[in-house]
Structures are given as structure tokens and as C-alpha cells.
Design a binder for this molecule. Structure first.
Ligand code: E4P
Length: 218
């Protein structure tokens, strides 16, 4: 399973990339707004793309097909790692099909149903991003959607990769892995939570205590 970091924060991206733990990045307009210094984001997008060896999703903000295609081409030109992210709307699906015909990779985002995921695959999406946490937030079962999409894509041999998104805690990652999602995009906080276990901390404390008590040296 590929792990993507869900952030536009370069410090967080470099911390995870330097540890060799991430396969790519996803951003969205809200995440970019949190860290953007001024109006233009092209340089920031280039820096993000250069910080990782893998796909970096950069989202269009246009809502109409032709404008999305135009924005998508500009985003794709920023760097070879760029993946154009479009919303799962009628225009977004049409833009996806057009961008894919130019060989530009596309992540179709804001997916909340299996029927939407089917259409994204038919439009040739490189990635589909089902938003797990936001479904859970309204008392739905986000992980059920990952199950259903996996089944449909396997039934019909769609190559679109399932990118589990809107991840809120480590168990979301574990469950998505068990179901067979291709990728998971996670906030930095959750990435580091994945490394934690109280028995690891307890065990390490005991090892060091015993070692130091014996006055042993390497
Ligand atoms: C995915 O690409 C989105 O950026 C993200 O996962 C949204 O997550 P949220 O629901 O925590 O905002």
C-alpha cells in the first residue's frame, strides 16, 4: 500500500520524506490556504513536487469543464510529479476524460458513493479519492465505501487506484490496508501515530534501565 501525506506544509513533507516513509502527497485548496504565503502558489507547488519521489495531487479550483482542463494543464506543467485533482462532478468527470486523453494523471476527489467511483473509473481516473472521515462524521460507514469500490473495481478490472482519503486516525489506515485500498493519504499527525505503541515505549525503557544498571558499553 502506498502512503501519501495529506498536507501542503513543506516542513511536514520534508520530515516524512527524509524518513523515507511516503510515496506521494495530496493537497487540496483548504490545505494550501493554511500555508500559502501570498497569492501565487506555483513555486510552492514546485517545491512540494521536488520534495518527494512520487505523485503530488494539485487541485483545480475552476468548476466548469473547459476551465478545469486549462487549469489542469497548467498544474501538470509545473512538475512531472504533478497529478491533477478534479472534483467528482459532471464537469470534473469530463475534464478527467480530456486530461487523461492528453496522458495527464488525474485524481478524482470528493467521492462519497460507489456509483461516483464507477464513473470516475469510466472517465479513466488514475486515482479515486473516497472521503472516509467525512462519511463517518455524518454517522455513515466510510470504510464500507472502500469495500464496495474495491469489489466493483476488481469485478470489472478497472485500473483506477483507490486512494483512501479523509483519514482521521490509525485504524482508518489499518482497515483500508486490510480491505486492499491501493493508497491511503494521511495527515502528518496520523502518520507518526502509526509508529506508536505503549509496549514499545515500556520495553525500551526496561532495556535501557537494565543496560545502564549493569554498566554495559558497546
Ligand atoms: C484528500 O485528498 C483530501 O485532501 C483530504 O483527505 C480531506 O480530508 P478531510 O476530510 O480531513 O479534510
Amino acid at each position: 500500500m502506498k502512503i501519501f501525506l495529506d498536507t501542503a506544509d513543506l516542513n511536514e513533507i520534508r520530515r516524512a520524506a527524509d524518513a523515507g516513509l511516503i510515496d506521494g502527497i495530496t493537497t487540496n485548496p483548504s490545505l494550501v490556504a493554511q500555508v500559502a504565503q501570498d497569492g501565487a502558489v506555483t513555486d510552492m507547488y514546485r517545491d512540494i513536487c521536488e520534495a518527494v519521489d512520487g505523485p503530488v495531487s494539485l487541485e483545480v479550483v475552476a468548476v466548469e469543464r473547459d476551465s478545469m482542463i486549462e487549469e489542469g494543464r497548467k498544474l501538470a506543467d509545473i512538475h512531472e510529479n504533478a497529478v491533477v485533482k478534479v472534483p467528482l462532478t459532471e464537469d470534473g468527470l469530463k475534464a478527467c476524460r480530456a486530461l487523461r486523453s492528453e496522458n495527464i494523471p488525474v485524481n478524482v476527489t470528493l467521492c462519497f458513493s460507489v456509483s461516483q467511483a464507477l464513473l470516475a473509473a469510466k472517465a479513466g481516473a488514475t486515482f479515486i479519492s473516497p472521503f472516509i472521515g467525512r462519511i463517518d462524521d455524518i454517522s455513515g460507514e466510510g470504510m464500507q465505501l472502500i469495500h464496495q469500490i474495491r469489489q466493483v473495481y476488481d469485478n470489472y478490472g478497472f485500473a483506477t487506484e483507490i486512494l483512501a482519503a479523509s483519514i482521521r486516525h490509525p485504524m482508518h489506515v489499518v482497515e483500508a490496508m486490510l480491505i486492499g485500498a491501493d493508497c491511503c493519504t494521511i495527515p502528518s499527525k496520523v502518520l507518526w501515530q502509526l509508529s506508536k505503541h505503549p509496549l514499545t515505549d515500556k520495553g525500551l525503557d526496561a532495556f535501557l534501565k537494565d543496560w545502564n544498571a549493569a554498566g554495559t558499553e558497546i
